[in-house]
Design a protein around this ligand. Structure first.
Ligand SMILES: NC(=O)c1ccc[n+]([C@@H]2O[C@H](COP(=O)([O-])OP(=O)(O)OC[C@H]3O[C@@H](n4cnc5c(N)ncnc54)[C@H](OP(=O)(O)O)[C@@H]3O)[C@@H](O)[C@H]2O)c1
Length: 386
């Protein structure tokens, strides 16, 4: 289903969300009739009208050396004022993603040390750089992706990376769904297009992205097979629309997929687990099937000889969200589709774990030890004053 078809569909069903924004695209219009706000005007507005006073020093998590969760330190940092094209945002809720673990450990390299991790947050605009239209002090906005640095009470962001959050969606819910939801959108709609009648395999089906993949794929009419590690996670995955559950720590998931599909295999595997599942995932595919390897929670998969793909003329891709939301239009389309699916209850967001921002280390520990399901969110300690 194309985005325009979806938007027409949702516009019919989402009246409360769109009372002031009759068309879906206007919700995210990048040009606005509001006057340009200079930094001075924004600060004035913040202090006089909206009382969103800012200070130079804020609390943030910083990483000085790579390693375990203990390297996440709670410190004072100076963030300054937004420059041209930037906004300053006071975070209300911060999404935790497995990619934050990769950066903390050095699997992915941060540009420099020390750094503040985090690639997803929702907050209130407290100041606007010069020359900007369409962004105002007091706006509730969300972002996911670059720049890194969301584990902070406030941060500076490029204005073209933030999107407005519909007032009907709670900031904590929005922070649980931006990065994971847009990932789900591109995986199911663009990387490989899931259609009614397809059978798909989703690893870590009760995880943050996994939960959304199961719900959305089910709504698209696919038969969903999900792998999980525990009975509790199995119950959640079932509720999320998984038709078949496999306990991949105990069962041979390749044999089970064979059994479930009567030896035919699946059209696509969404594999975020990596090392432990990669080869088995290839074996689960039908002829000309798609292997979408989009993560490595268990470690980086071993290199694959091309001949492994030749056996069934398979397609293999290793996509990342950042390369699917390159343009502003792509970002707005992805975010819009995610928010619409939340508002229409196609997606039920599972905010299963919240931690104070200062306890980010505990959140990482639980995520890495497979103790979490659904989304994990950090709440800034100063949140109550926003
Ligand atoms: N390419 C992209 O653009 C993109 C974007 C977003 C996320 N991702 C990837 O998607 C995956 C899911 O991210 P998420 O933030 O939603 O995390 P998550 O799925 O909530 O957490 C990871 C899950 O992976 C499973 N897992 C299997 N083996 C594991 C191991 N050895 N160590 C830890 N976990 C293991 C666990 O589920 P069980 O207990 O059920 O096994 C665990 O709960 C990550 O690999 C992430 O990098 C990729």
């Amino acid at each position: 289903m194309s985005f325009s078809t979806l938007s027409r569909f949702y516009n019919l069903r989402l009246c409360p969300l769109f009372t002031q924004t009759p068309t879906f695209s206007s919700l995210f219009s990048s040009s606005s009739s509001s006057l340009p706000l200079t930094r001075g005007r924004a600060s004035l507005a913040a202090k006089d009208s909206l009382s969103l006073a800012t200070t130079d020093m804020v609390k943030a998590i910083r990483v000085h050396e790579l390693g375990g969760p203990q390297v996440l330190k709670w410190e004072d940092v100076e963030i300054g004022e937004p420059k041209e094209g930037e906004v300053r945002v006071r975070n209300k809720a911060i999404g935790v993603n497995f990619i934050d673990v990769y950066f903390r450990k050095g699997v992915y390299k941060a540009a420099s040390l020390p750094f503040t991790p985090g690639m997803e947050a929702v907050g209130v605009v407290t100041a606007v750089g010069s020359g900007l239209t369409g962004r105002q002090v007091g706006d509730v906005v969300a972002y996911a992706g670059h720049p890194m640095g969301s584990y902070a009470e406030e941060q500076i962001l490029p204005a073209n990376k933030v999107v407005p959050v519909p007032s009907s969606i709670d900031p904590t819910v929005a922070a649980s769904i931006m990065l994971k939801g847009m990932t789900t959108q591109f995986l199911l709609q663009r990387c490989f297009k899931v259609e009614p009648g397809h059978t798909i395999l989703v690893h870590a089906a009760a995880g943050g992205v996994g939960s959304l993949l199961c719900q959305w794929a089910n709504a698209l009419g696919a038969t969903v097979i999900g792998t999980v590690s525990t009975k509790e996670k199995a119950a959640q995955a079932k509720e999320d629309g998984c038709h078949h559950i496999i306990f991949y720590k105990e069962e041979d998931f390749v044999a089970r997929v064979n059994e479930i599909t009567s030896g035919n295999g699946v059209e696509v595997v969404y594999d975020s687990v990596g090392k432990d599942t990669f080869e088995g995932s290839l074996a689960c595919l039908k002829l000309r099937g798609y292997m979408v390897s989009f993560g490595q929670s268990s470690g980086t998969p071993d290199p694959v000889p091309l001949s492994l793909l030749a056996a069934k003329s398979l397609f293999l891709t290793r996509p990342t969200l950042m390369q699917y939301v390159v343009s502003r239009d792509e970002l707005l389309e992805a975010a819009g589709e995610v928010f619409a699916n939340v508002a229409s209850s196609v997606l039920k967001v599972r905010v299963n774990h919240t931690y104070p921002l200062s306890d980010a280390a505990k959140a990482h520990e639980d995520l890495e030890n497979r103790k979490t399901s659904g989304s994990v969110v950090l709440i800034p300690n100063s949140h109550s004053s926003v």
